[in-house]
Design a protein around this ligand. Sequence first.
Ligand code: SF4
Length: 328
Amino acid sequence: MSAPHEEQVQDELLVVDQLQKHFPITNALGKTINNVRAVDSVSFTLKRKQTLGIVGESGCGKSTTGRTLLRLIEPTGGKAVYKGQDLFSLEGKELMKMRREMQMIFQDPHSSINPKQRVGNAVEEPMVIHRLYSGKDRMTRAMDLLAKVGLREDQYFRFPHEFSGGQRQRIGIARALAVNPEIIVCDEPVSALDVSIQSQVINLMQDIQDEFDLAYIFIAHDLSVVRHIADEVGVMYLGNLVEKAETDELYKHPLHPYTQALLSSIPSSSPSIKKERITLKGDLPSPIDPPNGCKFHTRCPHVMNVCKEIAPEFKHVSSEHGVACHLY
Ligand code: SF4
């Protein structure tokens, strides 16, 4: 029988440590004069079949985190270990294998599907790239996947413009599933959809997760959507992960003042429950020249002198809850 620690390590699919992605700003001579610090310090562990939600305002670096982990863009620093392998040093066949096992669903599936391609061919395309299945089997699999995501097999022959936004997202999901991934990075997958369609797509994603044993990194700005699907939630602010906890714990006991402000803006589910809304002063500072110390100090209702000088370390206050704030 394996020891509990061994089981826990085997359960770890992706371990991300101090991930950084900076985009250089160059002058007319091509010399780097500054950097956009899109992702500055992000660490987390994604377990098999788990859903990790990553939330934060637009521009906080959550999408860049997802894209960097898929090596769609190269990292500036930090480490990511996927199934025991250093993700950022993979090359050739190993990189290709990782690309098959880690797929992405985009906010706007329209942008990832060729409008001139029949949707069946769009679902088959990743299988062609990764040389999976023969021609006839690919077609059968694409039809099966379309049925699995709630479309009809005969819709294989239709074009993307003949589908609604929700149906196009279903096609995007079928396309991601085509190559048997282990992780899917879902980048705002339901943000562009009507609320009623959102819940249908989320329910579909949950069913598919169970059936295909998938792990999700679910990126979103809407905290109520994330609560519904995530096992654990990380909150990002200006390129840093500032709080992470199991979902119920985070929503019931938010510790970071930024998380508290985000949660206070979600409308209450019952008119009898009155919530005090925390309004943050100022705008999100620029990631080109972020504030010293705690990056949130320019907007924080609890700011102290130390916050302006020293960046708080990310600390665990319990086994299931970590936060980067001098209050703890
Ligand atoms: Fe606010 Fe200070 Fe905590 Fe930053 S470290 S969130 S400024 S109290």
